[in-house]
Design a protein around this ligand. Structure first.
Ligand code: B3K
Ligand code: ZN
Length: 868
């Protein structure tokens, strides 16, 4: 690398020198040389006759100002400076770009036979020279020209205003988007598709055309996406009072896409993984994922598009809020408890791990080299937890008042996180000054809680202490405003009213100090305390629960989440105990009472099956790894295996009985049926470890009438290393080998295979005709699974897993740095492992650091990790 990439800082924000009020784009599409003509109305905002535009990988053909050739410009790396400009002018820029060779999948590129774009965060600058920043909002129109037979559909944002035929078999369509928007929301698609059409009538009576574009032959997989879209539109009207604002809403599914989907105004571009589903090809998890992502992108229309971000440091303004909205959507439509459990697993697992890694950053980062590196679990998921905490502090009614005020103040503009909090504070009258620290402070706070009952006073003292450990780029930490939701129970399971100083208090304690003691009065007996109910703040809780208390909460806690949480704390106790036992040569220990508590949950037919399935699911190896330093991957793997085996043996009869009872004759996709399948397949995963596991799993595979049951059989066979694994894998790949999206499930199983030579298997699988490192979905399924979800093999002591990761990263650095940058995360955490592994992992990072052409994406992460 000639010069090290430079960081940008939040504190250096400056409003733009010019703005662009209108842009008229023309694309003459050709695989290797597309010509883009951009005609913009530019207005000077600050004393400056020079306009600096962003641009990358562009061939500049011409510059005109007010219709005249202009030669007062300089082209430097990443920018075009045009000088001696009047106050207001029309700027015409012609550039040439090469979509076919664009393997980074940013800007305009080809996905299979279609053209498509991805402009967030800074991809528009790969299309033309522009003020590519979110606080420049222009009205866009776009004319797309291409060969008519190859590309019958030419799409862009807004409404179609003109179309017609041209010479040489080409045609054009012109689109106009009335809503001013930043360039990152621009989109263009050209291709040949099947289209699923429907319509939606908004609550004010406007008709909106809904169109989902999929690859030819995939129409029978688009229905669930359409249902999810209609549900999203309805839900946003009902819960948030927000209506759609254009006459058409289009979604295009493409096979080559760096992430999940993109909320471009009126024209969402989706990874086909989050559109295509039918019972033969998709699991229940896929169905729920589609519902969530369709919802998420739709909800961005207000939280993201109508009000956008002033600068990219504010990303959580739209992402945290929109994740909160999609989580609420899924919870209102399905099981609130199960949704909450799954969201909390993400925070406690990979998000806490990110907080503890060299990439740790606040939800509103202060320093960025490559913006694409900050589409993180912290900005998204922790960002959503921060919104959720405000919702907890304000309540639904005040929160909705805050949303209303936020739109009144900022609709049509680019806003900041501070603006959002100000709207919440002003609408509710609740002081959020201290709360705002959640935006600036990184890392995971720990809440140490001690409870003490005083028999003679009938008081219960709850001592709460908060501390946030230092993170790599932020050593000093301050106390945060933490909502701590609690409940006290009497031995018979009744709730003890919370009273302080003789007055009733609510369940949510406002922790604002480093240390605080609450004295609850009129507590007639020693209570059992349920803490951090609903995971009311993204913190690590330390409280010395006895097994008895946890088993009590598993039965008596008033909400499902708290019952599940008690079961997880109980499991965590035994996992920690046994890792330490194993390391010191002591035998495995697991209490019979605890196993009975799990049996009790399985036998309780008043509980939702989906919830029972969650109680019976052990924390994953990565989450467990976060509890230890150094991480002993082999010990963790073996303890998780032993606990699973112990539960399977002890609950064998009940598991078998539930497995039989939960069988469903006909397939249907509704929340009840999904829940039953989830629990039945959880039972199967335990039964697979027992004597007749092989026959049972084999039989399920053979008789399955849907992909959920098929995959459950395959993944049980994989995890339990059953004899039938080979046969099932072969049968599956023979059936689906041409279908990349379905094969991703198979690739993921190869990547997570627990057999000793898993790396050989992964290398062999890379030669599969359907595999390609050029396709991000394939890469994530096989390579991503191996790096992230196969800890024993990835962390093999001989360093073979690390070496492999290094090779792949080197290759992806050149073709698709964004995908490379996602895959590197496990290597960044080398400090968590033993000496020998640290040396080997670091060696791979150093090799990357010494590369001549290391992309900004990897440069940022590698240098941070090596500084740690
Ligand atoms: N806003 C996009 C993410 C863009 C990622 C750029 N690397 C999807 C979403 O959050 O809805
Ligand atoms: Zn989003």
């Amino acid at each position: 690398m000639s010069q090290n990439p430079q960081a940008k800082y939040r504190k250096d924000y400056q409003s733009p020198s010019h703005t662009i009020t209108q842009i008229d784009l023309t694309f003459d599409l050709h695989d290797k040389n597309t010509v883009v003509t951009a005609i913009s109305k530019v207005k000077q905002l600050k004393e400056s006759t020079t306009l600096d535009l962003d641009g990358e990988q562009l061939k500049l053909l011409s510059v005109k100002v007010d219709g005249k050739e202009w030669d007062k410009f300089e082209e430097a790396e990443g920018k075009l400076s045009i000088s001696e400009l009047p106050e207001e002018f029309e700027l015409q820029i012609e550039t040439e770009i090469n979509p076919e060779d664009n393997t980074a999948l940013e800007g305009l590129y080809k996905s299979g036979g279609a053209y498509c774009t991805q402009c967030e965060a800074e991809g528009f600058r790969r299309i033309t020279y522009y003020l590519d920043r979110p606080d420049v909002l222009a009205v866009f129109s776009s004319t797309v020209i291409a060969d008519k037979s190859e590309y019958p559909f030419l799409l862009s944002n807004g409404n179609r205003v003109d179309e017609g035929d041209l010479d040489n078999g080409r045609h054009f369509v012109k689109w106009q988007d009335p809503h001013p928007k930043p360039a990152y929301l621009f989109a263009l698609v050209a291709g040949d598709f099947d289209v699923l059409k429907d319509k939606y009538v908004t609550k004010s009576g406007r008709e909106v055309a809904l169109e989902i574009f999929v690859d030819k032959g995939n129409l029978n997989r688009a229905n669930h996406a359409m249902v999810s879209l209609i549900n999203s539109m309805k839900w946003d009207e009902e819960r948030f009072g927000l209506e759609y604002d254009l006459d058409i809403y289009m979604i295009v599914a493409v096979d080559f896409f760096n992430m999940g989907a993109m909320e471009n105004k009126g024209l969402n571009v989706f990874n086909s993984k989050f559109v295509l589903a039918n019972e033969e090809t998709a699991t229940d998890t896929d169905y729920l994922g589609i519902e969530a992502v369709i919802g998420h992108e739709y909800f961005h229309n207000w939280t993201g598009n109508r009000v956008t971000c002033r600068d990219w440091f504010q990303l959580s303004l739209k992402e945290g809020l929109t994740v909160f909205r999609d989580q609420e959507f899924s919870s209102d439509l399905g099981s609130r408890a199960v949704n909450r459990i799954n969201n909390v697993r993400i925070i406690r697992g990979p998000q806490f791990a990110e907080d503890a890694s060299p990439m740790s950053h606040p939800i509103r980062p202060d320093k960025v080299i490559e913006m694409n590196n900050f589409y993180t679990l912290t900005v998204y998921e922790k960002g959503s937890e921060v919104i959720r905490m405000m919702h907890t502090l304000l309540g639904e009614e005040n929160f909705q008042k805050g949303m209303k005020l936020y739109f009144e103040r900022h609709d049509g503009t680019a806003a900041t996180c501070d603006d959002f909090v100000a709207a919440m504070q002003d609408a509710s009258g609740i002081d959020l000054t201290l709360f705002k620290r959640w935006y600036s402070q990184s890392g995971t706070p720990t809440l140490k809680v001690v409870g003490e009952y005083n028999e003679s006073d009938k008081t219960f003292a709850l001592k709460v202490e908060q501390a946030t450990p230092p993170t790599q780029e932020q050593v000093e930490k301050l106390p945060l405003h933490i909502p701590l939701d609690i409940e006290l129970y009497a031995a018979d399971g009744t709730i003890i009213e919370l009273q302080c100083n003789g007055e009733k208090v609510g369940n949510v304690l406002d922790i604002k100090e480093e240390n605080k003691t609450y004295i609850f009065v009129n507590v007639s007996e020693k209570p059992v305390v349920s803490l951090l109910r609903e995971f009311s703040a993204p913190v690590k809780l330390e409280y010395d629960y006895s097994d008895q208390e946890l088993m009590f909460l598993m039965v008596h806690a008033q909400n499902d989440f708290a019952r599940w949480d008690a079961s997880q704390i109980l499991l965590a106790k035994y996992i920690k105990l046994n890792v330490s036992n194993l390391q010191s040569g002591k035998p495995f220990e697991f209490s019979d009472d605890v196993q009975d508590a799990f049996r009790g949950v399985l036998l309780n037919d008043k509980l939702e099956p989906a919830f029972v399935a969650e109680v019976l699911s052990l924390p994953g190896a990565n989450e467990v790894a976060g509890w230890f330093k150094p991480v002993d991957v082999d010990a963790i793997d073996s303890v998780l295996h032993n606990i699973k085996q112990a539960i399977a043996q002890s609950l064998a009869d009940e598991l078998a009985a539930s497995y039989a009872v939960l069988a469903q004759k006909d397939y249907s996709i509704n929340h009840d049926a999904i829940g039953k399948r989830a629990l039945r397949n959880r039972c199967l995963s335990y039964l697979a470890c027992l004597e007749h596991g092989n026959e049972l799993v084999h039989a399920q595979y053979k008789t399955a009438n849907n992909m959920t049951d098929t995959m459950a059989a395959m993944s049980s066979a994989n995890q339990a290393k059953l004899a039938c694994r080979g046969e099932l894998m072969e049968d599956f790949s023979a059936k689906w080998e041409k279908d990349g999206l379905v094969m991703d499930k198979w690739f993921a199983l190869q990547g997570t295979s627990p057999v000793d030579n898993a790396l050989d298997l992964v290398r062999e699988t890379m030669a599969h005709p359907t595999f390609s490192l050029k396709n991000p979905n394939r890469t994530r399924s096989l390579i991503g699974s191996f790096l992230n979800n196969n800890p024993v093999n990835f962390h093999a002591k001989d360093g073979s897993g690390y070496l492999f990761a290094g090779e792949i990263l080197k290759e992806l650095n050149d073709s698709n740095p964004q995908v490379a940058s996602r895959l590197i995360d496990p290597l960044l955490k080398f400090k968590n492992y033993d000496e020998q592994r640290q040396v080997l992992m670091k060696a791979e990072l150093e090799k990357l650091a010494s590369m001549e052409n290391l992309a900004k994406d990897l440069y940022e992460k590698v240098t941070k990790a090596l500084e740690s």
